[in-house]
Design a protein around this ligand. Structure first.
Ligand code: NAD
Ligand code: UGA
Length: 465
């Protein structure tokens, strides 16, 4: 056993691995962090001297990278050597939903986790603490343990811990620096204490929760499921508001002031996106069915069902409002990332809504402050069997004004700050009349738009008269 931890390796330099290890390195200058990835392009981007080209956009990340990179934070493709020198290894690889085979569409594809475990077994030396950082189905640690223990030898010994990550994109640095809690699951007290020692460099010990491995794994899936469930709940009520004359912002305020309900995660919108909510709930559904709990599975499946419905009903409503056809009409889409303050577009509601509108024959002008055109085109081409993407139907624009030239409608999809205070007087001079504004987040200064002759529909409120 080692006396202390000096070298830490993180397998996976993605949205979690990169920012997490950056904050660890910043808070623990006495430790050395090596983040490894098989994706050379991604590693090069992390090592880019131009900090505007880092693969992940997060507020505050550039400053930390500037302070730590090359000092005690290194990004590399050298998986073998960095595993060999590591005392502790975080597995922070992707765990998407399986596309084919048993459990396709629901179960996690664990091939990247399994290959990480096999790499660890092959290259690790001495006592190594292996920490699951990825979000994993309950009981995955068992698989990792079996792989590691089967190859155990005199010079290789392993402890396996679960330490799920709760950061949200867009606020990742703050979430990592001031987490509500840190969760550590495991049975090996020696290994747990070494991980606790790292966190207590900046986190009070009373915020570190210790559980068994299975509670830790299941808590991560459950936390995401509960958060997503709140969004589906408020989105279902947004549709009822539009039918009844109630306003979703007023209902959210009224229920959110009940301290038992709380006021967070009550913003109605075009449905939750992001790489995790859908996959984690579907995984929960899969596990529930696996254990014969059909009612539990169906309960959580409906959270995803409402989310899909919310996106479809928005695109259908746009078509209806534009006189039943959008063929050959121009539409500005403002916001493409799945939420503000990130460049991530995974599972963004914008993808589905844009695909629906293109399928109906519309031409789109898309503008997002942080998402580039390649990312937009690639995401539109993904997972769409019955979708014919003709690039001529899509322009990616440099700013709001350019996107709004000659359009029949403007759709606000992401709540970027710059969309809150759009100068509607200026925009109204650029568009074709009649012009519609669809505010799917109910967050803009749409009363101003109304003043300048734009017809307005806001989610959870309906048409603004
Ligand atoms: P990501 O796809 O951005 O990054 C994963 C990286 O792992 C990729 O760059 C990939 O090339 C690399 N990788 C895969 N197999 C590898 C191997 N064998 N060796 C070296 N590198 C390998 O994924 P992410 O968003 O960072 O998510 C990682 C995990 O964290 C997932 O389980 C996710 O559910 C969870 N999580 C994500 C978030 C989030 O906000 N994105 C938050 C909390 C938890
Ligand atoms: C979410 C969780 O918040 C994190 O705790 C978790 O670690 C992470 O998933 C993960 O496991 O990947 P993230 O997806 O980055 O984080 O972002 P959220 O802020 O949770 O937003 C998710 C989606 O819900 C976004 O599309 C957002 O626009 C939407 N949302 C959120 C709403 O529509 N309304 C709300 O009130 C809140």
């Amino acid at each position: 056993m080692n006396e202390s931890v000096k070298n830490i390796c993180c397998i996976g330099a993605g949205y979690v691995g990169g920012p997490t290890m950056a904050v660890f390195a910043d808070k623990c200058p006495h430790l050395n962090f090596n983040v490894v990835d098989i994706n050379e392009q991604r590693v090069n981007a992390w090592n880019n001297n131009n900090l505007d080209k880092l693969p992940v956009y997060e507020k505050g990340l550039k400053d930390i990278i500037m302070r730590c990179r090359g000092r005690n934070l290194h990004f590399s493709t050298d998986v073998e050597n960095n595993i060999a020198i590591a005392d502790m290894i975080f597995i922070s690889v992707n765990t998407p939903i399986k596309k084919y085979g048993v459990g396709a569409g629901h179960a996690s594809d664990l091939k990247w986790v399994e290959s990480s475990a096999r790499q660890i077994l092959k290259y690790a030396k001495g006592y190594t603490i292996v920490v699951e950082k990825s979000t994993l189905p309950v009981k995955t640690a068992e698989m990792i343990k079996i792989i590691l223990n089967d190859g155990k030898s005199k010079d290789k010994e392993f402890a396996v811990l679960s330490n799920p990550e709760f950061l949200a994109e867009g606020t990742a640095i703050n979430d990592l620096e001031n987490p509500d809690r840190v969760l550590i699951g495991g049975e090996d007290d020696y290994a747990i204490n070494l991980l606790v020692d790292i966190y207590t460099n900046w986190i009070e010990p009373n915020r570190i929760l210790k559980t068994n491995l299975w509670s830790s794994e299941l808590s991560k899936l459950t936390a995401n499921a509960f958060l997503a469930q709140r969004i589906s709940s408020i989105n279902s009520i947004s549709a009822l508001c539009e039918k009844t004359g109630a306003k979703i912002s007023e209902v959210a305020l009224a229920i959110g002031t009940d301290s038992r309900i709380g006021n967070k995660f009550l913003s109605a919108g075009p449905g939750f996106g992001g790489s995790c909510f859908k996959k984690d709930i579907l995984n929960l559904v899969y596990i529930s069915r696996f254990y014969g709990l059909e009612e539990v599975a169906r309960f959580w499946e409906n959270v995803v069902g409402i989310n899909n419905w919310q996106q479809t009903r928005i695109s259908e409503l746009i078509v209806r409002k534009l006189f039943g056809t959008i063929s050959d009409k121009n539409i500005a889409v403002l916001g493409y990332a799945f939420k503000a303050n990130t460049n991530d577009t995974r599972e963004s509601p914008a993808i589905r809504i844009c695909q629906d509108l293109i399928n109906e024959g519309a031409s789109l002008n898309i503008y997002d402050p942080k998402v580039n055109s390649d990312q937009i085109y690639n995401s539109l081409k993904e997972n769409q069997k019955d979708f014919c993407l003709e690039n001529k139907n899509i322009n990616v624009n440099k700013n709001i004004e350019e996107a709004c030239i000659n359009v029949d409608a403007i759709i606000l999809l992401t709540e970027w700050e710059e969309f809150r205070k759009i100068n509607w007087k200026k925009i109204a001079l650029l568009t074709r009349k009649p012009t519609w504004l669809f505010d799917t987040r109910n967050f803009s200064n749409y009363k101003d738009a109304k003043k300048y002759g734009i017809k307005v529909w806001a989610l959870g409120t309906g048409e603004i008269l």
